[in-house]
Ligand binder design. Structure first.
Ligand code: SF4
Length: 261
């Protein structure tokens, strides 16, 4: 896809402007695929396995094209806004970015979110056998067709909870880093857009935390022997939720295009 095709697509009225900026990127479960330009753009890639394979030249060619088109569009937008990109002091800019990055990592909520990603990895690592045993047990029950048992339904519920946990595990951290950087940038540059964008990212993180809490709670029904470790995770997530709500009190009120309006 070239720049002209992208620009034409951007003008298509069936798309909700900016819907992809504040979603959870779980397109397989999204009700707005037909109204999302990002989904339409990625459909070609999904259909072509070569562009999905990092070891294939087609993957790198496509990445190169994306960067080239993005830079051209960025240059055009800057020109329209009267910004001279060459006048930006790149050394000073890099220094400021590094400062922002460090401040982002120091926030209690980003630290807690990073710790959560590690807690989840640790849980999966130490409970590999437990999950395997449960799978075998449910398979045996399904084969035996014992009246009153619903092993397939139980297996699907467990799978759903595990997928939810894995989907949001790292996304919560990434979204909170973006939210923190928007908050800091807003203060440094005194602009209105960054804090709003920060609230949008924080809202996506909040939704991810809440889905994860529900998923761990769901898993507790199927693995009651794991109560201790699930409670640790739930307490950690609840604390993280309180921290995010305190740092971004307007996040819940943020209107995500398409999803909330
Ligand atoms: S809005 Fe939906 S379809 Fe578009 S990128 Fe986000 S999850 Fe995928």
């Amino acid at each position: 896809m070239d720049k002209e095709q992208i620009e034409k697509l951007a003008k298509d009225p069936r798309f909700i402007p900016g819907i992809y900026n504040y979603c959870d990127r779980w397109c397989e479960r999204c009700a707005f695929t037909s109204q999302c330009m990002n989904y339409a753009l990625s459909e070609d890639e999904i259909d072509n396995p070569q562009t999905q394979d990092i070891t294939n030249k087609a993957f790198w060619d496509q990445l190169h094209d994306i960067f080239k088109i993005t830079f051209e569009m960025l240059e055009e937008s800057a020109k329209e806004m009267g910004i001279d990109l060459d006048a930006i002091d790149s050394e000073e800019f890099a220094k400021q970015q590094e400062q922002i990055r460090k401040t982002v990592k120091r926030q209690p909520f980003t630290r807690a979110a990073l710790a959560y990603t590690k807690m989840v990895d640790a849980w999966f690592k130490s409970n590999k056998d437990l999950l395997e045993e449960k799978g075998n047990e449910l398979c045996s029950l399904a084969e035996a067709e014992i009246p009153g048992t619903r092993p397939v339904k139980e297996a699907l519920r467990i799978q759903d909870c595990l997928e939810i946990v894995r989907w949001y595990q790292n996304q919560i951290y990434v979204k909170l880093c973006r939210a923190a950087s928007g908050m800091i940038r807003g203060e440094l540059e005194n602009n209105e857009y960054s804090p709003q964008d920060a609230n949008g990212s924080a809202k996506v993180a909040i939704i991810g935390i809440e889905h994860s809490i529900a998923a761990w709670g769901g898993l507790l029904n199927h693995f009651p022997q794991q109560e201790g470790s699930f409670l640790d995770l739930l307490v950690h997530l609840n604390r993280l939720l309180r921290q995010v709500e305190a740092a971004f009190p307007d996040a819940r009120a943020f209107t995500r295009p398409g999803f909330d309006a």
